[in-house]
Design a protein around this ligand. Structure first.
Ligand code: HEM
Length: 342
């Protein structure tokens, strides 16, 4: 089941936690389960007007589950930060930095060494809060984005094949099978496929913003200053005035020639403006690498017996997961009998 894959958690954990993830008491699957639970609880909370008041919500079973899931997530991160901090204190700054030579200095390391504007170390709580933000914003979103790209390419074998050819051409005569940074800018068709998937199935379907001034709409009505508005990314990406046949997956929409005259905010899977997604380049890189390595090794096919129904929670999911078959490709690139890798 691709949508619940651990890939993105592991990448982010390596990025944010430098491999000490597995030493934490709580396992990544507890963490993933808690994130998934929070994601559905938040949406359920929003849909129940009577539970608007926090004191009422926290008396209900959902409120209790919400607190328990938050606790799991917070403790997971706090454990890791605490261990690192202890190691830093035990060794001292110089020896600790030396111990990192030749290894990756990750997000938590940087925060542990950072000073605030008054020259003070950041507290463990601040570091954990930053790590939680990145983990929450970064793993489920990318997992959803990736799952839908693979799904859309499974629905359109002709685009899948063209992506595979592009990657094979790129990797031809290369010694290593790893995807290097510079290759990422040399995958135009794969990028177009990812983009139209992010349009058709945006992982984050809406964002909210408070109006800092009165906003006059084209029909003359005014959104008063101070109001909080929900801006639908999904709706924007399905606006037929901008995207003809919006329900159709068509990577050619993102051909430079075809996207020339599109309004700049017609496509905004990572939101826009000063609070847009800080991780968008990283997310695009992750998706390209996974797509490339998957398509080089496997043919991705739909599982016809499990229909897909979109389920908008905090992240766009599919009701019963996204089930795909991965058929290993032989050296001559002919698919062998399907192995079940759903
Ligand atoms: C396909 C993957 C991703 C999508 C679609 C996505 C989408 C978004 C969107 C729409 C926002 C704005 C939320 C808002 O305005 O309320 C956002 C914010 C954010 N994203 Fe992403 N994101 C993705 C991946 C990532 C990754 C990989 C990271 C970190 C490594 C990340 C870190 C963040 C952070 C920290 C914010 C908050 C920025 C702020 O408030 O200033 N995101 N993301």
């Amino acid at each position: 089941m691709v949508q619940k894959c651990n890939f993105c958690v592991e990448t982010l954990c390596t990025m944010t936690k430098g491999g000490s993830l597995y030493k934490a008491q709580r396992t990544p699957s507890d963490y993933i389960a808690a994130i998934l639970e929070l994601s559905s609880l938040v949406v359920r909370h929003q849909h129940r007007l009577l539970l608007y008041w926090d004191f009422l919500y926290h008396l209900m079973p959902d409120g209790w589950r919400f607190r328990r899931a938050c606790d799991t997530v917070h403790r997971f991160t706090a454990d890791v930060v605490q261990r690192r901090h202890q190691a830093l204190n035990r060794l001292g700054r110089e020896a600790w930095l030396k111990s990192k030579q030749g290894k990756t200095v990750d997000f938590i390391d940087i925060l542990l060494l950072a000073k605030d504007e008054d020259g003070q170390d950041l507290s463990e709580e601040d570091i954990a809060a930053e790590a939680d933000t990145f983990m929450f914003e970064g793993h489920d979103t990318t997992a959803s984005g990736l799952s839908w790209v693979l799904y859309n390419l499974a629905c359109h074998p002709e685009y899948q094949e063209r992506c595979r050819e592009e990657i094979k051409d790129l990797m031809r005569d290369k010694e290593s099978e790893e995807i290097e940074w510079e290759y990422l800018s040399q995958m135009p068709f794969c990028t177009m496929c990812i983009k139209d998937s992010l349009r058709l199935h945006p992982p984050v379907t809406a964002v909210s913003r408070r109006c800092t001034e009165d906003i006059k709409l084209p029909d003359g009505r005014v959104l008063p200053k101070g109001n909080v508005c929900l801006i639908s990314i999904y709706g924007t990406h399905h606006n037929p005035a901008v995207w003809p046949e919006p329900q159709v997956y068509n990577p050619h929409r993102f051909d430079p020639e075809n996207s020339k005259n599109k309004p700049p905010l017609a496509f905004m899977p990572f939101s826009a403006g000063p609070r847009n997604c800080i991780g968008q380049n990283f997310a695009m890189a992750e998706m390209k690498v996974v797509l490339a390595l998957t398509l080089l090794r496997f043919a991705v096919r739909l599982d016809e017996s499990r229909p897909v129904r979109r389920k908008p929670e905090l992240i766009l999911r599919s009701e019963n997961g996204l089930w795909l078959h991965l058929e290993p490709l032989g050296p001559s690139h002919e698919s062998r009998p399907p192995a079940m890798y759903s």
